[in-house]
Design a protein around this ligand. Sequence first.
Ligand SMILES: Cc1cc2nc3c(=O)[nH]c(=O)nc-3n(C[C@H](O)[C@H](O)[C@H](O)COP(=O)(O)O)c2cc1C
Length: 449
Amino acid sequence: MTKRQLKLGLVPTGVGGPGEYNRWLDPEIPVDASVNIDWYIDIVKQAEAAKFDLVFIVDSQFITPDSPPHYLNRLEPLTLLSALAVVTKNIGLIGTATTSYNDPYNLARRLASLDLISHGRAGWNVVTSGDAGTARNYGKDEHYDYDTRYGRAHEYLDVARGLWRSYEDGALVRDRETGVFLDPTKLHALNHKGRFFSVEGPLNIQRSPQGEPVIFQAGDSDQGRDLGAAIADGIFTHAKSIEQGQAFYSDLKGRAARLGRDPDQIVILPGFTVYVGDNDLDAREIERHYRLQDHSFEQSLAEFGRAFGWHDFRQYDLDAPFPVAALEHAKNSFFTQAKRITDLAVERGFSLRQAVDHARTLRTSPFVGSAETVANEIGRWFEGRALDGLNIHAGHPSQFRRFTQEVVPLLQERGLFRTDYEATTLRGNLGLTIPTNVRGVEPRERVAA
Ligand SMILES: Cc1cc2nc3c(=O)[nH]c(=O)nc-3n(C[C@H](O)[C@H](O)[C@H](O)COP(=O)(O)O)c2cc1C
């Protein structure tokens, strides 16, 4: 059995994602970083030089003037990743795409194209769209409710995977001697007729060296976790403490095992910002400086509404008890997160101001310290099965450099992280098996069930 190895992902959020409203003021970041392909190429090459497993592009299709700078103006993930594919060789390329506002045939085709362009390095972060306002950009007044969102997502994956198995190995004969291009017995239609989708197939594109794109999933409700356990090769999540990470890790892998899956075939990568200093005190000072500088209370208050369907909390008295009724606005949005915030506010008797402040301090990273301290802490979380790897938010450029140049070598010395890529495909580097393309068997049984 091969030794379990730490996985590393890079989450580039250019001029600043959630809670990072003023990051773009950093002179090291181009003011147009989030739409600047040269900036992405530069940072992804840094990650590839450090042997990162993957770059992970988050996304949504709804903004308000209060959205973080990176969200206001950014590149579409699969277009961006196609450009990155041709200037990189080994790093995995994962794009977020929603099952709520895409058709499966079209998305399966775009992902399969990225998988071929990158010679087997494509991945898909499956989301159901947390921003409820997205509905209004796609001809709907309201976002789908949770049952519909997650029902669609399950069926969507069955369809996408069925389509990716349209061609058996050897179907495209392409023999100039005999003049045979295709063996039609190895090309299969899907003929899917389900609750949400009707897709005949076949898909007009062959499989890649890794078979088909790697599937990641992000969503934290019971339904979200069940979806991840059923369909995902990897999970994107958040963890505030090692205990919380361990609880999520064992819950998710337990769900997968109960579905008859091998829990080791799912990698769990929570997202973190990491702060590295000359010593622990210096690193804490760097973190404090950036946290104070990267957003103000007013920006946090405006952003606070995002989980609640971008409900505007500026209308309430900051020092009155937390407006519990606002949870109603979250019902089709990021409900799990909004409910957690509301429950905590009630339990602790928070005012709105205290709830916003609490959400801000929660951004404190568990990985702050000298390179040595950060490497120790990563090792502790990894060995303690709180994670299989980290999705690192690139943050300030000087900090990402310190991580790759000071922390990664320590992780390598300790045998926790690779010194060179094991494979040229994302599946190969993540230690995932290539799915069989005897299609129609496993996924369709699940739809029938
Ligand atoms: C860690 C994490 C990352 C997410 N990233 C995205 C994203 O990039 N784009 C998006 O539209 N939704 C994203 N979502 C939203 C989920 O797909 C889902 O719609 C939302 O979390 C509500 O479902 P839940 O209550 O199951 O978490 C993310 C959710 C989590 C937990």
